[in-house]
Design a protein around this ligand. Structure first.
Ligand code: SF4
Length: 350
């Protein structure tokens, strides 16, 4: 599985909680001017960037890598044609070319981000394109190790599918986690089998549930992504996924609004049947994400709230020139206005 990355950075937090809230259960500590939520700071959601900074004491910047893997949903072993929304070109940074050695991609990524942010000290190599556990174990080991040997690379994040991990791979990743950061990102996009079928994912939700449980048994950090606004499910079903995901033992979540990417099966479907689709307006999306957050476990760290494929790849309605960091700011401001926070309506073991 693959998608673009845009870290939720705590510097983007423009909110300032100015008074104690009426809720009490979620606060670990309560100070009049600056309440601390369950996750230890005064942001109204549990941000993965804050979690990493707190745990590792520094800002960690992800660097995308295209390690030349394939995908079983494209090469025929699971299916052909891939997921209906997938066009990997739309999400690959320019410095990621599969022909380039991983080491060079990472060095170029470091230069790019050093110029852009000037404050990254450590990096996570993000194996992003296609399914990055889809190869024999010795091949996986060689490619991960090549990344880990690059100076200042403190760990790896591995994008893959839940049906592309097995006990051998998970045992190896558990061992690797003892010496560096390892994060396993298994995209599912929906919690409903009808949608997984509609997207041509080639696996069901039970497969995802088993994969997260197996990784959790070994203490491996995991995450996933969801697409909100699929025509195969209602808004209510979209929202219910916050509760379903909260039952999985995962560390991180990325949310994306539905985007129609050129060159995909989804573009064809949209061209043929535009009336099937109901896209989120930007302000509707912001409020919807907050409704979602309210129902989500406070233990899940949010890594992303919206997608932003480059305009040249877009074939449907978009949020215009509004970038993901601006959507994040709007969500933080709206959380403030609604005086709410992640997990406010979450009930464990519901
Ligand atoms: S699993 Fe789907 S989204 Fe991921 S690379 Fe394969 S076809 Fe694309």
């Amino acid at each position: 599985m693959t998608e673009e990355f845009n870290e939720i950075d705590s510097t983007a937090n423009e909110s300032g909680i100015t008074s104690g809230s009426k809720e009490t259960g979620m606060f670990r500590t309560k100070v009049a001017a600056s309440p601390l939520f369950h996750w230890g700071n005064n942001r109204r959601f549990n941000a993965y960037s804050d979690f990493l900074r707190c745990r590792f004491g520094t800002r960690l910047q992800k660097l995308s890598v295209n390690a030349g893997f394939s995908c079983p949903n494209r090469d025929g072993s699971k299916g052909r044609g891939g997921c209906v929304f997938c066009n990997n070109s739309a999400f690959n940074p320019s410095y990621c070319e599969p022909g380039k050695p991983i080491r060079i991609q990472l060095e170029e990524g470091k230069s790019f981000h050093a110029w852009r942010y000037r404050k990254s000290l450590k990096y996570i190599a993000y194996f992003q394109a296609f399914s990055n556990t889809y190869a024999p174990l010795d091949v996986l080991k060689a490619r991960y190790e090549e990344a880990l040997n690059v100076p200042d690379v403190a760990g790896i994040a591995i994008g893959t599918r839940p049906d592309c991990v097995n006990e051998e791979i998970l045992d190896y990743l558990a061992k690797l986690s003892e010496r560096c950061i390892v994060h396993l990102e298994m995209g599912i996009e929906s919690c409903y089998d009808k949608s997984l079928q509609w997207m041509n994912r080639g696996h069901d939700f039970e497969c995802a549930r088993r994969a997260f449980a197996s990784a959790d048994e070994r203490g491996i950090s995991t995450g996933t992504h969801l697409i909100l606004g699929l025509p195969s499910q209602s808004r209510e079903e979209d929202l219910m996924q916050a509760e379903i995901l909260s039952t999985l033992p995962m560390r991180t979540l990325k949310l994306h609004q539905l985007q129609i990417i050129k060159g995909t099966a989804l573009e064809k479907e949209y061209t043929l049947n535009p009336d099937l689709f109901r896209f989120f307006e930007l302000t509707e999306y912001v409020d919807f994400v907050i409704d979602f957050l309210e129902r989500l476990s406070p233990d899940i760290c949010m890594e992303r709230f919206s997608g932003e494929a480059p305009p040249r790849f877009q074939a449907g309605p978009t949020f215009g020139m509004v970038r993901a960091d601006r959507v994040l700011q709007m969500i933080e401001k709206r959380l403030e206005e609604r005086d709410t926070y992640q997990g406010r309506l979450y009930r464990k073991n519901r």
